[in-house]
Design a protein around this ligand. Structure first.
Ligand code: ACO
Ligand SMILES: O=CC(=O)O
Ligand code: MG
Length: 715
């Protein structure tokens, strides 16, 4: 793999070629300007990046020492908080303020709805995510367990279909009720004098129609700012059997979508980074396409167009056909071999991400025709895993710098702050202040946050099992404070207050029952793992008017629960018996191995991995961090022995091998247990305590590079 030199940087050929041949031509940015800018970014911001990471280490060392000195003593919360202030972990809180972010799109300012996340390296899925702005409610209900059971066998089951139709009518009764009676009894739909016949209880919910007014092909409704499209088509089997020709109810679903360059991908070198960036470029210039083979058919998947229809006043109008796209860059931690600085050191990956993803996104701003991602001329970058206000300020300064290099107006880039590290949660108000001109979302990434909770207090004692974390004071304080602080800082109406991932992609009935809690908690968005989940979760935003809920919550003036937030989830008196310990250890080992083996051997960064009860769980680097830190803690505090964990790893490797037996690309871990993937899984656990903030990236990247080198040698 060759390298090319630009302005003192040595860049892997695959990445350099992508930038020179695809990203720069037509961007309006001269190659010299770009490379000189990137070189200055790497050399000027690199040392500052290092210093911020050193500070993380210093704080962690001090916290570890504080707990070690007090082993066996009663925990004193007041002393603890005082200590955290002394060392600068907790910073002083400034005067009240409101954010000044301008030009956020309606998807941030006024439409509350689901946010889909997708690995950017998978073009098929990424296109699907962008197009998931609209989703079939009928398909989502029919094809999943949303109504309590799964479809049996192939072919259309009319009884199941009838239940779907009844659910759909019921949904319409809630979202856009008729003036008289139920949608279940409605007569034929038509449009007369700009109004729907039969009349709606609230006539303003009628948004338009398509086709002839007396026999429309589509009726468009709007509720809580979300669109509903009733498709009328008697020539389909479903529409043909429906007394008013409804063949589907298609609803606005993934209002926004995060194209993820971080925890759901496995990008370890220039080749991987080039793939990620090229998919992002294709999404931003609208050219991305992918051949998809499905159900015996092959077709080309492309980005959807806007949806056109006739407004009530008779004019032709349109709404977006695509989710508003954000790009998640990597955090401040990792360096990448894709770019070496003038001393031959790896550059910080976050700096490269900022420069290249913004260069690609500039295409959207420069477009003069076709659907635009941001109608407001903004670029949305999600920055994960930041620790405290200084790191947020640093991210914002990186964006200032890149805006200057790319000739973009100041604060074109809007920042999504993942509230997913403890130091950020504890200082959230100051974190928001540090990016007050560009912050466009705060989001509770509770998965990373749980991993950081475990790592930060590693020396405090044995912690609770991971499945018991949900009910703890720290996590409810974390979720509530995030909303309270977001509202106090004026995010409502300008920016998103988001909630975390539904990580059980096949459990849609449970999601329907539980995830309504997110809009009810005042979140104007929440993460979903798939387009189908987006469609089902969207129904919650028809039931809850989030902006009204936010106003109610703000008026409640809830107390600041910093004490709860800092309450360490120690196992304390919770004495786990042997079988509870082994159940938890097995579950963690299985999740770790099932995820890691695909990451290392096949470069798959997000997987559905069956847990010990055979429920498929979405696993990514954040869930891996939790499992690894949980085991590292129990090892450190002798809840379980090294031998027990190693034996369980071997046992679970065989289970994972069996689970993947149908995958022709899969390489079994047993009976040798000496492959790179198995070793990576062991490193994550047995060296888990030493990993910075308990992150999994250093081990995964090193081991994946080793695997790639092995594969290249044997090719
Ligand atoms: C803590 C955090 O950071 S969370 C953020 C990171 N997590 C994510 O990004 C989760 C993204 N989700 C995924 O990658 C996947 O849904 C997985 C891995 C969980 C499950 O994937 P699979 O087992 O392939 O899903 P499944 O077989 O049920 O469905 C596949 C279909 O759904 C689509 N799909 C599934 N997930 C997504 C998604 N996130 N975006 C778009 N389409 C998706 C696929 O395109 C495919 O449809 P197609 O055949 O028409 O292309
Ligand atoms: O990134 C999301 C998380 O939960 O972590
Ligand atoms: Mg995360």
């Amino acid at each position: 793999m060759g390298r090319l030199e630009y302005a003192g940087l040595r860049v892997e050929r695959a990445l350099a070629d992508f930038i020179n041949e695809r990203a720069l031509p037509g961007s309006g940015i001269a190659p010299e300007r770009f490379w000189d800018g990137l070189s200055r970014l790497v050399h000027e911001f690199g040392p500052r990046n290092r210093a911020l990471l050193d500070k993380r280490d210093d704080l962690q060392t001090a916290i570890d020492a504080w707990h070690i000195e007090r082993r066996g003593q009663r925990f004193n919360a007041t002393d603890y908080q005082e200590f955290l202030r002394e060392i600068g972990y907790l910073v002083p809180e400034g005067a009240p303020f409101s954010i000044d972010t301008a030009n956020t799109d309606p998807e941030f300012a006024s439409i509350a709805g689901p946010q889909l996340v997708v690995p950017i390296t998978n073009a098929r899925y990424a296109l699907n995510a962008a197009n998931a702005r609209w989703g079939s409610l009928y398909d989502a209900l029919y094809g999943t367990d949303a109504m309590g059971d799964l479809p049996k066998g192939k072919g259309y089951d009319a009884e199941r279909g009838a239940r779907v139709i009844a659910w759909g009518r019921n949904f319409l009764d809630t979202a856009a009720p008729l003036a008289k009676g139920s949608w279940a009894d409605a007569g034929a739909l038509s449009v007369k004098d700009g109004a729907l016949v039969p009349a709606l209880k609230d006539a303003s919910k009628f948004a338009g129609h398509d086709g002839a007014a007396d026999t429309p092909s589509d009726i468009f409704l709007r509720n809580n700012n979300l669109m509903i499209r009733i498709v009328l088509n008697a020539s389909t089997p479903v529409g043909g059997q429906d007394k008013i020709r409804i063949s589907d109810i298609v609803i606005e679903s993934a209002v926004s979508a995060i194209m993820d360059c971080e925890d759901s991908v496995a990008c370890v070198d220039g080749e991987d980074k080039a793939l990620a960036y090229s998919n992002w470029l294709g999404l931003m210039d609208g050219t991305l396409s992918e051949e998809v083979s499905k159900g015996g058919k092959t077709f080309t998947r492309k980005l959807a167009d806007d949806v056109e229809f006739t407004a009530p006043d008779g004019s032709r109008t349109s709404v977006k056909g695509r989710a508003l796209m954000l790009v998640r860059n990597v955090g401040h931690l990792m360096t990448t071999p894709a770019v070496l600085d003038r001393d031959g050191n790896q550059a910080y990956e976050g700096l490269i991400d900022a420069m290249v993803t913004m260069l690609c996104a500039k295409r959207d701003l420069d477009r003069s025709s076709g659907p635009r991602n941001s109608v407001k001329g903004s670029i949305y970058v999600v920055k994960p895993k930041m620790h405290g206000p200084e790191e947020v300020a640093f991210a914002s300064q990186i964006f200032d710098f890149v805006e200057d290099v790319l000739g973009l107006p100041r604060h074109t880039v809007k920042l999504g702050i993942m509230d997913e590290e403890r130091r950020t949660s504890a200082n959230l108000k100051e974190c928001i202040r540090a990016a007050r001109d560009r912050v466009a979302f705060i989001n509770t990434g509770f998965l990373d946050r749980t991993g950081d909770e475990m790592h930060t207090s590693m020396e405090a004692g044995a912690i609770l099992a991971k499945d018991e974390m949900r009910g703890q004071p720290w996590i409810s304080a974390y979720e509530d404070r995030n909303v309270d602080i977001g509202l106090a800082c004026g995010l409502s109406g300008k920016a998103q207050i988001g909630k975390g991932m539904w990580a059980i992609p096949d459990r849609m009935q449970a999601m329907l029952a539980q995830k309504i809690d997110h809009p009810q908690a005042g979140a104007n968005t929440a993460w979903v793992p798939s387009p189908t989940a987006a469609t089902l979760h969207a129904t919650h935003y028809h039931k809850v008017d989030v902006f009204a809920r936010q106003a109610q919550i703000a008026a409640e003036n809830r107390p600041n629960r910093l004490n709860d937030l800092l309450t360490i989830p120690l196992a304390g008196g919770r004495n786990y018996n042997d079988s509870e310990v082994m159940h938890d250890v097995q579950n963690n080992c299985q999740g770790i191995l099932g995820y890691v083996v695909r990451w290392i051997d096949q470069g798959i960064g997000c997987s559905k991995v069956p847990n010990i009860e055979d429920v498929g769980l979405m696993e990514d680097r954040a869930t891996l961090r939790i499992s690894a830190q949980s085991l590292a803690n129990w090892l450190h505090h002798s809840i379980v022995s090294e031998q027990q964990v190693m034996d369980t790893m071997r046992q679970m490797a065989q289970v994972v091998d069996r689970q993947n037996a149908d995958d022709p690309l899969y390489q079994p871990m047993a009976p040798g247990f000496d492959g790179v993937a198995f070793q990576a899984a062991c490193d994550l656990v047995f060296q888990g305590r030493q990993q910075p903030s308990g992150y999994t990236e250093p081990v995964l990247h090193a081991r994946r590079l080793q695997k790639k080198a092995e594969m290249a040698q044997s090719a």
